[in-house]
Design a protein around this ligand. Structure first.
Ligand SMILES: *Cc1c(COP(=O)(O)O)cnc(C)c1O
Length: 386
């Protein structure tokens, strides 16, 4: 069978060679330190596991879920938003459970993008922004995230002809892969820009709770008039170490929520109700889990950054996310070549920046998802190859 045009249009997968080398290294029994993937190494907190066990015993949870989600879950999300961001949401019209936020992020272009339309996508970025756009027949217009602009897109640089045909703008702070954060002044500019150019804002807040040094990430929805133009995506994956569970939500503008719900009702049959009840329990609990988790990542962050700085590789301290986005050490220009060198000579897996987009070239992403001792070891090994 000939592949569809949409599949052929997806950006090439750049990690084929590195994946192969990683597999070979593992099979050869080498002691690999994998700081390549953004998947927490910790398990979900015990109270979340207990909540799931309890939910499983409730009658009714095993049947098809409601498309709009369990009222108990939507109410808990509304409550959490009020407490966390001081934003009021209507649980009936402004909140939609998702099978992980990736699912909703990838599906939303199907609701708004026609062939020939653009979406405005940061470069580097989380890959489903591009994939979802291409599946809907649209074309991603890449907004470079440059260090000189604190990894924020330059909205003024987008050509008028592109803007006229653009439907969505993707905004993701705290950012994967650059670990950059955005302030409320930037969000205000984005909301005004979206209103003026008739764009919907896709705000991806997957890392809102992973932050250091008392930094607290704002929500786009805190911005004046944001709810006219914004749909925001949240995930339990990073906040509660639940990547494999597949549960998240979208919230914000009721028309955007309803359109995404319409797409989804033709594709899936909702989120397992026991997971929604567990999600409600997780958001409602005051257990200090988030503080404990951030303390752990912060120790790892300090270990890695202080270590790298001490061996002469100057890397900035991230304020949020569990990523470190580092310019390649002097003398290196290809992120793929440097990743291969890390693997071959230091038994370390890290992600080449160019894999997230052209503007990611010259950088490498390291994830704080291994123990502190392993990060110390990684620094020792890197010291030998620099
Ligand atoms: C991990 C991640 C997500 C969330 O994933 P789900 O597991 O699908 O909820 C969303 N956006 C970014 C930028 C991520 O890194």
């Amino acid at each position: 069978m000939e592949l569809s045009e949409r599949l052929k249009k997806l950006p090439p997968y750049l990690f084929v060679e590195i994946d192969r080398e990683k597999r070979q290294a593992r099979e050869a029994g080498r002691d690999i330190i994998d700081i390549g993937i953004g998947d927490p190494d910790q398990t979900p907190p015990q109270f979340v596991l207990d909540a799931l066990s309890a939910s499983l015993k409730e009658p009714g949870v095993h049947r098809y879920a409601l498309d709009q989600g369990a009222p108990e879950f939507r109410n808990a999300i509304a409550e959490w938003y009020k407490t966390r961001f001081n934003v009021k949401l209507n649980p009936d019209t402004e909140i939609l459970p998702l099978i992980g936020s990736k699912e909703g992020i990838a599906h939303i272009p199907l609701a708004f993008v026609n062939p020939g339309d653009y979406t405005l996508v940061p470069d580097p970025c989380y890959p489903p922004y591009k994939g979802g756009t291409i599946f809907a027949g649209g074309e991603p217009y890449l907004m470079p995230l440059l260090e000189a602009n604190a990894f924020l897109p330059d909205l003024g640089a987008i050509p008028a002809a592109v803007l006229k045909k653009s439907k969505l703008i993707y905004i993701n702070y705290p950012n994967n892969p650059t670990a950059a954060v955005a302030d409320t002044a930037f969000y205000r500019r984005v909301v005004e820009f979206a209103a003026k150019n008739k764009l919907a804002i896709i705000s991806d807040l997957a890392y809102s709770e992973i932050a250091y040094d008392a930094y607290k990430a704002p929500s786009m929805l805190e911005t004046k008039d944001a709810k006219e133009v914004t749909i925001e995506f949240h995930s339990f994956s990073k906040t509660f170490n639940m990547t494999g569970w597949r549960v998240g939500w979208a919230c914000g503008n009721a028309a955007l929520i309803s359109a995404l719900g319409k797409v989804k009702s033709n594709i899936d049959s909702g989120v397992f109700t026991a997971l929604q009840k567990t999600g409600a329990a997780a958001l409602g609990a005051k257990t200090g889990h988030v503080e404990k988790m951030n303390k752990l990542y912060q120790e790892r962050r300090d270990t890695l950054i202080d270590g790298l700085n001490s061996i002469g590789w100057k890397v900035p301290m991230p304020k949020a996310t569990f990523y470190v986005w580092a310019r390649l050490p002097k003398g290196n220009s290809s992120s793929i070549a440097f990743s291969q060198k890390l693997l071959k000579d230091a038994d370390i897996v890290a992600t080449p920046g160019v894999g997230f987009g052209k503007a990611g070239e010259g950088y490498i992403r390291m994830a704080l998802t291994v123990q502190k001792e392993r990060l110390q070891q990684a620094v020792e090994r890197i010291k030998k190859i620099l």
